[in-house]
Write a new protein. Sequence first.
Length: 352
Amino acid sequence: MLCALVTSPTAGGTTAGDLRATVHSWADSLKLQAEIISGTGDNRPRGDGRSHVTVLGHPLTAESTAAIAATITSTGGNIDRIFRLAKYPVTAVEFAVSGTGTEELRTALATEAAEIGVDVAVVSAGLSRRAQRLVVMDVDSTLIQDEVIELFAAHAGCEDEVAEVTERAMRGELDFEQSLHARVALLAGLDASVVDKVRAEVRLTPGARTLIRTLKRLGYQVGVVSGGFTQVTDDLKERLGLDFASANTLEVVDGKFTGRVVGDVVDRAGKARLLRSFAEQAGVPLAQTVAIGDGANDLDMLNTAGLGVAFNAKPVVREAAHTAVNVPFLDTVLYLLGITREEVEAADGLVD
């Protein structure tokens, strides 16, 4: 038995008789008998938009998946395909959707995702999704789990003072550059040899190595920009095989920190500027870049990139970014690019 659904747009010029004749013609060519059951369904005109909707959950329940599917159809979208990208450490499912605009989908799904507690990323379909060739990420609380200034402050015995400056900045009393200078000043006189200890204390975010290793295998260039310090980012660049790294530099005189930084400060605008610079050096259009960050200091960079990903970010950043990931695994960003866990593991199993 072969079943087929044939629809005719309500505003179209095709008659019921035309459809019946066509179906019988197909049946005859296949040496089948045709039984036609007529009915009225949802024949709304479809738009021409195409999108990929990635849903992440830890866990992702059947009820949550059904709720997302219902929201997609409520926008007039047609689910052409459902594909599982990963089943651990998070569950990731991708919907290929046609018939509705990407922005309309993004708006509708953002509300639903917040209500049911899952992450949803919506990107336009097409070759551009696989064309990204440069990924640039923040360091503190993104590539690593730590805040580097706090690690230095612990060795200088000024954690409380640094925390107080941070709180003032969060209240809007200080901008980033003012807070940076105020916190760095507290490190004056600290022996610069502590850098080796801080480097050893840095904890990579789970999935960071997998993300970078997989991207490099696919031919991406990968960089970091940080409001932290080159004394740490230069080491990360070497250890992880990064292509680019830029941050502030702590001034050292006679083997001790002076409490000052040298050169231009890497602030919110500076991060966006560095993304553009890295893209130019790599020969990659901005539309083919991905930026990842967690703080307000990353917003300009996230909005400059072709795809901006807010990673475990503050609400204001999640709302402003193209998409957000709120699970503790950095390699989940791969799923937004359509890369499956099986593909990652297969590549890891190959002998170079």
